[in-house]
Design a binder for this molecule. Structure first.
Ligand code: DGI
Ligand code: FE
Ligand code: FE
Length: 199
């Protein structure tokens, strides 16, 4: 079945919300709806497909219904590579496995949406516009309230012309937080930060 994303398919969209709500805990579902709304708004500003942004935002954490052990097991079962770092930090796999779930459980065929889900946690070098929009929305959506500099990052995302400014602010704060907290950085997270900060 071919899905059309250029036109608003209300029935399909409603079914995504319904299915996801049954799978996720309430707070995670509210977060996902927040990311869908924020991503759609950023898509309007930066000239990306609003519907792709809504779908990717809604589904980006669809694999959060599984714990670390289950994610490792499910990835192996489905021939999805698990690195040794991911073995130690199983939660990172919710991005990779989420892209797989979006394809098989939510019938998403558009590779650009799947890749925005795939890279939403670590980011990577040379990201697409949709990947950046989801990465940023995940951090600034309305129900987020713990990260430092949220007001400044929200303002930058919606008021600067260059989306890389808010992207880099988030990468910088995330890396700082991780260095303080655990000191353990995935090579992809580190490479993404280096790429965007021209380090
Ligand atoms: O799933 P969410 O909580 O909505 O957000 P997320 O998928 O962006 O995950 C955020 C967490 O992931 C945040 O605490 C930072 C962490 N993270 C991102 N890159 C790395 C990482 N954690 C480790 N240990 N290493 C990384 O490279
Ligand atoms: Fe996530
Ligand atoms: Fe999220």
């Amino acid at each position: 079945m071919v899905k059309i994303y250029s036109k608003y398919d209300e029935k399909f969209m409603f079914s995504l919300y319904d299915k996801l709500q049954k799978e996720l805990k309430h707070k995670r579902f509210i977060h996902s709806v927040g990311v869908a709304g924020t991503a759609s708004s950023l898509a309007m500003k930066y000239g990306e497909s609003v519907y792709k942004a809504q779908i990717a935002g809604l589904l980006h954490d669809c694999a959060k219904c599984y714990d670390d052990e289950e994610l490792i097991r499910l990835c192996r079962k489905n021939n999805i590579e698990v690195t040794s770092f991911e073995e130690e930090h199983g939660f990172l796999l919710h991005a990779k496995y989420g892209a797989h779930m979006a394809r098989i459980r939510y019938a998403i065929e558009d590779e650009s949406i799947l890749s925005a889900i795939r890279w939403h946690t670590t980011g990577h070098e040379n990201m697409t516009l949709l990947e950046k929009i989801i990465y940023i929305s995940d951090y600034i959506e309305p129900s987020r309230n713990k990260a430092p500099n949220l007001d400044r990052i929200r303002y930058t995302a919606f008021n600067e012309d260059d989306i890389d400014k808010s992207l880099l602010m988030i990468m910088k704060d995330t890396i700082e937080y991780l260095r303080k907290d655990t000191g353990s950085l995935d090579t992809t997270t580190e490479a993404a930060y280096k790429y965007y900060s021209n380090e």
